[in-house]
Design a protein around this ligand. Structure first.
Ligand code: UN1
Length: 508
């Protein structure tokens, strides 16, 4: 595959490393970037060595000393320019996301739009890192709460949102005055190098000659370096619950800070009063969009018994219209899964569905679109199954949708909350009591609870993340920025004595 956008994004020099001599190859480990569209190897990229990692940490620590004193609105100005750079390269970067990750062109560009949006948010935030003044109980004293940056923020990102999720973390962390070290998924390295390159261009244009962001390439081991390293003052990790557990326990050993955005197992409740057309579109996009590889993908539909038959028929018809194939072809709805391993876990889940008493309303299987036989394409599946079945409790990153019946709203909410994950949830209803119930304390236990929209496709303005095995972290908008800063409580005495709090007397 020849792609001019490699050049436009300034990453063709990385590609030239693919041509390194066999001797060079032996000296260094390489990771391959493979397009899931057709199995084409796009690049072989050298893995960061431990000495290189240590060197990067030293450099970032010294950058931090400079960046933290660069006034935050000025930091915002750098991010503003990065947003402009992204606007300029939206088509190219979106295309790279599609080629390397396999999502549709529209969704690839949507991801870049999400980056642009978070840049805009971060620019505003750079003038709004507000602290507090607090009344002191002591005479002639006052208290302040201030926010300071942490230092190096480590970011481990997943393949499914190879650019947006990094930017949620990095743009906020940077305006807060941190510097960032990014370990992208080893499956989407070119995307990371392109984002980094565009940021570097902005720094060069502003004569900022120290790195505020760096990328390391590697697998699990590199992730463990970050987790074990006390220089990483916050480690934000997006991925599976298994990865999150590994990372959190290592960071926990050193009593460091983590921000986790892990598995989702998102459900939509479809009530008798729902607008069924709206519910159908939201459910189908939620389940098959990005080939079911979003943390927010709809995995479960909890449908009221009275409309179950009718609605599942509509679903079956809708699934029959879906076109699976090259995501660069605008007429396709569904692109490939990320790799062979993903295809095999899809198949394992299909076997488990049958073993656990489920039955398929829409059957699965692999497909080989002509000319793309080395890609990783599968059919989206609908399975009718008990909400208690074990397979339903786990997230499979594939377009597999479970459908189940409910009788009362209490029961529906109980099913919705019965899994170990707690990222996103939705209810389709025009009944105000039901919707209020769903968003009340007795309702959804997820970080995201939507009414009459699907489980995926969150805007950047809200805090993004979830409860339980989803990890509890919040990224992106609202006041998620506070996680990237340390809070300092300050008490100032402008009097001539030292009165103690709680009325304690201490005379000398
Ligand atoms: C993810 O899958 O990790 O809400 C992020 C959404 C997107 C982000 C998903 N804005 O679906």
């Amino acid at each position: 595959m020849k792609h001019s956008f490699f050049q436009n994004l300034g990453i063709d020099n990385h590609l030239s490393k693919t041509a390194s001599s066999p001797d060079d190859r032996r000296k260094t480990d390489y990771l391959s970037s493979v397009s899931p569209i057709d199995g084409d190897v796009l690049a072989h990229l050298p893995v960061t060595s431990r000495p290189e990692y240590d060197h990067t940490i030293t450099k970032l620590n010294s950058s931090f000393a400079q960046w933290r004193v660069f006034p935050s609105p000025k930091r915002g100005e750098i991010i503003r320019q990065y947003g402009l750079k992204l606007r300029k390269h939206k088509i190219d970067l979106g295309r790279l996301v599609s080629v390397e990750m396999g999502k549709s062109l529209q969704e690839g560009q949507g991801e870049v739009q999400e980056m642009i949006d978070i840049c805009d948010f971060a620019v505003g935030l750079s003038r709004q890192l507000y602290g507090k003044t607090i009344a002191s109980e002591r005479p002639q004293h006052h208290m302040l709460e201030r926010w300071h940056p942490l230092g190096i923020v480590g970011i481990i990102s997943a393949f499914n949102f190879p650019v947006a999720v990094w930017s949620w973390n990095a743009m906020i962390a940077l305006v807060c005055g941190n510097v960032c070290l990014w370990k992208p998924s080893e499956k989407t390295l070119l995307c990371a190098l392109a984002c980094q390159q565009l940021l570097q261009e902005v720094l060069d244009e502003n004569n900022i000659n120290y790195p505020i962001s760096a990328v390391i390439t590697g697998g699990k081991e590199a992730g463990q370096w970050l987790a074990a390293d006390p220089n990483i003052r916050l480690l934000s990790a997006t991925g599976s619950a298994t990865m999150g557990r590994n990372v959190a326990s290592r960071v926990g050993e050193r009593l460091g800070k983590v921000l986790l955005e892990l598995s989702g197992n998102n459900a939509m409740i479809i009530t008798p009063s729902a607008n069924q057309e709206l519910a159908l579109t939201a459910a189908v996009f939620g389940a098959v969009g990005t080939a079911g590889q979003r943390c927010t993908s709809t995995r479960r539909l909890i449908i009221h018994r009275s409309i179950y038959k009718d609605f599942t028929e509509k679903l079956k018809n809708a699934y029959a219209q879906l076109r699976i194939g090259n995501p660069l072809d605008k007429s396709m709805h569904i692109g490939p899964l990320i790799d062979r391993e993903a295809v095999s876990s899809y198949h394992k889940t299909l076997d488990a569905i049958l073993q656990q008493g489920g039955q398929f309303l829409v059957e699965g299987g692999t497909i080989n679109p002509p000319g793309l036989e080395k890609g990783f394409y599968v059919k989206p599946v609908i399975a009718e199954i008990s909400p208690e079945a074990e397979v339903v409790q786990n997230e499979t990153f594939a377009p597999i949708l479970y459908v189940m019946k409910y009788d009362t709203i209490e029961e529906a909410i109980r099913y919705q909350n019965s899994v170990n994950q707690g990222l996103s949830s939705a209810i389709m209803t025009t009944d105000v009591q039901e919707s209020e119930r769903f968003i009340s304390v007795e309702g959804s236990d997820c970080g995201i609870a939507n009414v009459n929209i699907g489980t995926s496709g969150a805007e950047i303005g809200g805090a993004f993340g979830g409860e339980k095995e989803t990890g509890g972290g919040r990224e992106s908008g609202s006041d998620a920025w506070k996680t990237y800063m340390r809070r300092q409580t300050i008490t100032i005495n402008f009097g001539d004595s030292v009165p103690l709090a709680q009325g304690i007397k201490f005379d000398i």
